[in-house]
Design a binder for this molecule. Structure first.
Ligand code: PEP
Length: 249
């Protein structure tokens, strides 16, 4: 049985007042059910980790630097993330690959830093609308996987999130067949590269406009082990039914 994970990416939303959402979410965690991870903005990490301690909610950062330390004004290292009490970090989100021009090589370095700090990396990959229209989806996904996933992956240090860029924040969602095709492809690639034990153990999340009303359908796919959720993770009242749908899948 693979770990099921519902992860929320708050992006650049929320100040300390938003932490009340963690308290509202806590009663919706299911015993022996999915792991729930909330990734708030960096200034909230420490307080979020303190608030979440008693509830079993895991806290993650949205990014870390690709170096362990140094003269990088304004940046945050993986060790600093871990020091807040956070245990996960998102790396390679398309908004960072795009707005901060992060390459697969940069993302690979970030994953290594995350591991060195004892964090679980949530590695994001996904094709653009143009890639999809040109029938290049699997090539892009294969390239991102081989380019940004270091060789030292273990069964527990990584989660992979397939997030088609055209589905993020747009309300557009791939068909179930399209989601199945990409997730099965990722699973096969992982098994080929890392072997059965590791390849089968890595949770694969789908991300891109997951909402309470489409979660049940998405979680039907055998190789979808959870979701990375943006907008619908900001309010416990939206995120809780997604967690419930995952628990029931
Ligand atoms: C995301 O930012 O990772 C994401 C999936 O956003 P949304 O759920 O809002 O599409």
């Amino acid at each position: 049985m693979r770990r099921k994970i519902a992860a929320g990416n708050w992006k650049m939303n929320g100040t300390a007042a938003a932490l009340t959402e963690l308290g509202a979410l806590a009663p919706h965690l299911v015993q022996d059910g999915p792991d729930v991870v909330i990734c708030p903005p960096a200034p909230l990490l420490y307080r979020a980790a303190e608030v979440a301690k008693a509830s079993g909610i895991h806290i993650g950062a949205q990014d870390c630097h690709m170096q362990a330390s140094g003269a990088f004004t304004g940046d945050i290292s993986a060790a600093m993330v871990a020091d807040t009490g956070a245990t996960f970090v998102i790396v390679g989100h398309s908004e960072r690959r795009d707005a901060h021009e992060e390459t697969n090589g940069d993302v690979r370095q970030k994953v290594k830093c995350a591991w060195a700090a004892g964090l679980t990396a949530i590695l994001c990959i996904g094709e653009s609308g143009e890639d999809r229209a040109a029938n290049n989806t699997l090539d892009i996904i294969g390239g991102q996987l081989s380019g940004s996933l270091p060789d030292a992956m273990t069964a527990t240090n990584t989660v992979i999130a397939y997030e088609p860029i055209w589905a993020i924040g747009t309300g557009l969602v791939p068909s179930l067949e399209q989601i199945i095709e990409v997730h099965d492809f990722i699973r096969t690639r992982l098994i080929t590269r890392f072997g059965d034990d590791i390849g089968n153990a890595i949770p694969l999340l789908y991300g891109g406009s997951v909402k309470p009303d489409n979660a049940e359908t998405i979680f039907q796919a055998e190789n979808v082990d959870g979701a990375l959720v943006g907008g619908a993770s900001l309010k416990a009242s939206d995120f809780a039914p997604i967690i419930a749908a995952l628990a029931a899948s």
